[in-house]
Design a protein around this ligand. Structure first.
Ligand code: ATP
Ligand code: MN
Length: 521
């Protein structure tokens, strides 16, 4: 850990009048000192990030900073960005003091090391700038072939150059916010006494029973060994049985909860569902808490507190990036037809979610609302709601959240038929203690339930959906040995990042998205 605070800066910066070394032979690249007004010994020159400099500007300090050129104006002003924050550091070059050949290499995208004095800025837009005394081009960037130019690029175009897009303002902001959100996840659960549990990524179980699995195998793609009946002989495979990438860590998470009390996972999950939507990835990150002795109500409270914590954390710690994203969204909204605009800015929306309790509504109430709704009566839903038991589509969820309640909603007590086998059956025999948290612009962000803790009921439910209880003997053991009421949920991390950044497409909140037909980079 670095020491923090003033002390830290003192140690890494040097003021005053140490003598200037004759020439910096080690560096090998054009060490140039302009004016000779500041004298320093290069070996103590501290390297600071742009964020450190802008956050705590120390006018008069001599510092070194390294980053990439965003723009170079008038042969004088370099906007230097090092990714540490949204802001650029303005570096002012006295072009007469530097060889023309060197300045020509200061192009957008080139990496530089700059040493100079921090001075109060004359120009608008920054309080401090660096007066360049030494300039080194660390890596050239040919203008003709560099795809990122200082202008607005479409998100679609940037998706094709995802290996470079994190250098843009938008993706820099999104990735920093994503980091902060991930940190908030760990902070929340740690503070609440949860343990971070790592569940397997390769597994032989399919938690959802949905069959949208990526097979993991070392058998040859051509000519896999066959059994006598013509089916693949998995005994020859690496794990001697069929395995796949996990779709959820829940089942193993429950085992953790039944030992440690409160656990959470935070890891990648994989679904081979052919959903080409703005809210589905084939590889996404999920956070799955599982809690012994929590009923559905406790589960809903936790989910709400958790979502709010992440939002509050990024609002507090990512002000600059969120302000940028807020502006970006405002621009984007302007290009949309009036009736498709959300009417709320990003910051406003985040604050709204923080300030208001999530509406809680049973599935049955929701169906009544939807049945009676205008779009249903006018035939505007692609899937009209006719009767109780219908699965809710994203259009229905969004109607409830964005038009009817105008607030995040927790729907609960769903029909057993449309939910997974492990959810706790209610006394009515037809609904289960399931809950989905629905967010404006996103739809489902959290899916969870109180788990069926009764051994015999669980076995029956498995059989009803064709899962052989013997295959999940280890899961059933928790119901045999000290079973208890318990609950959990899964939050799709990218959907949360979408919400807090206001990005419309989930492909733009993960560095390298995997979607059907796309596994570039
Ligand atoms: P959906 O109906 O939106 O496909 P789901 O019901 O399949 O979601 P769950 O199995 O309950 O979702 O997973 C828990 C959470 O994981 C969801 O609430 C969502 O936030 C997220 N999630 C699910 N599928 C995806 C996906 N393909 N890409 C990104 N996030 C996802
Ligand atoms: Mn799904």
């Amino acid at each position: 850990m670095f020491p923090k605070g003033d002390d830290f800066f003192e140690k890494r910066t040097k003021r005053g009048s140490e003598t200037l070394p004759e020439a910096d032979q080690d560096c090998g690249i054009l060490p140039i000192f302009a004016g000779g007004k500041s004298h320093f010994a290069s070996y103590i020159m501290p390297t600071l990030t742009v964020s450190e400099i802008l956050r705590q500007p120390k006018v008069g300090d001599i510092v070194t900073v390294k980053g990439w050129v965003r723009t170079f104006r008038s042969n004088r002003f370099i906007a230097l960005n090092d990714g540490s924050c949204q802001g650029n550091l303005q570096a002012v070059v006295d072009f007469e003091a530097f060889p023309e050949e060197l300045l020509k290499r200061v192009t957008t995208g080139a990496s530089l090391a700059i040493t100079g004095e921090l001075v109060a800025s004359q120009g608008a837009g920054q309080t401090v700038e660096i007066s360049v005394q030494k300039l080194e081009v660390l890596g050239d960037c040919p203008t003709e072939s560099y795809p990122l130019q200082p202008k607005r690029h479409s998100l679609e175009f940037l998706r094709e150059i995802a290996h470079l897009r994190m250098r843009t303002n938008t993706f820099g902001a999104v990735m920093r916010v994503r980091h902060a959100a991930a940190f908030a996840v760990h902070q929340f659960f740690n503070d609440q006494g949860f343990f971070y549990l790592n569940t397997p990524i390769i597994t032989a179980s399919d938690a959802e029973g949905a069959g949208e699995l990526f097979r993991v195998t070392t058998l040859p793609a051509d000519g896999a060994p066959k059994k006598e009946d013509g089916t693949t002989d998995f005994s020859e495979d690496f794990f001697e049985k069929p395995t796949n990438l996990t779709v959820s860590g829940q089942l193993e998470g429950e085992l953790g909860a039944m030992a440690l009390g409160k656990i959470y996972t935070f890891g990648p999950t994989f679904r081979a569902e052919n959903s080409n939507t703005t809210r589905h990835l084939s590889e996404f990150w999920m956070i799955e808490p599982e809690m012994a002795f929590f009923d559905l109500n406790d589960n809903m409270e936790l989910a709400e507190a958790f979502c709010k914590h992440i939002i509050r954390y990024v609002l507090t710690h990512c002000q600059e990036d969120l302000a940028f994203l807020d502006q970006r969204l405002e621009q984007e909204e302007k290009s949309k037809p009036q009736d498709q605009r959300s009417g709320q800015g990003l910051l406003e929306k985040l604050q709204f979610v923080l300030d208001n309790p999530f509406v809680r509504c049973t599935y049955t109430e929701a169906i009544d609302i939807l049945k009676d709704s205008k779009p249903n009566k006018k035939g505007q839903f692609k899937y009209p709601i006719e009767e109780w038991g219908a699965d809710l589509q994203s259009e229905h969820e969004r109607f409830l959240v964005e038009k009817h309640f105008k607030s995040p909603v927790i729907l609960f007590d769903y029909p057993a038929k449309i939910k997974a086998f492990y959810m706790r059956l209610n006394e009515d025999g037809k609904t289960v203690r399931a809950m989905d948290v629905l967010f404006p612009g996103i739809g489902e962000i959290v899916g969870g339930s109180q788990r069926e803790e009764r051994h015999d009921v669980l076995v029956e439910k498995m059989q009803a959906v064709g899962i052989e209880p013997e295959l999940l003997g280890w899961y059933l053991d928790t119901r045999k040995f000290g079973t208890c009421v318990h609950s959990g949920f899964g939050l799709g991390f990218e959907r949360m990042v979408q919400f807090v950044t206001g990005m419309g497409n989930i492909r733009d909140v993960i560095p390298f998205p995997r979607t059907p037909g796309n596994a570039e980079f």
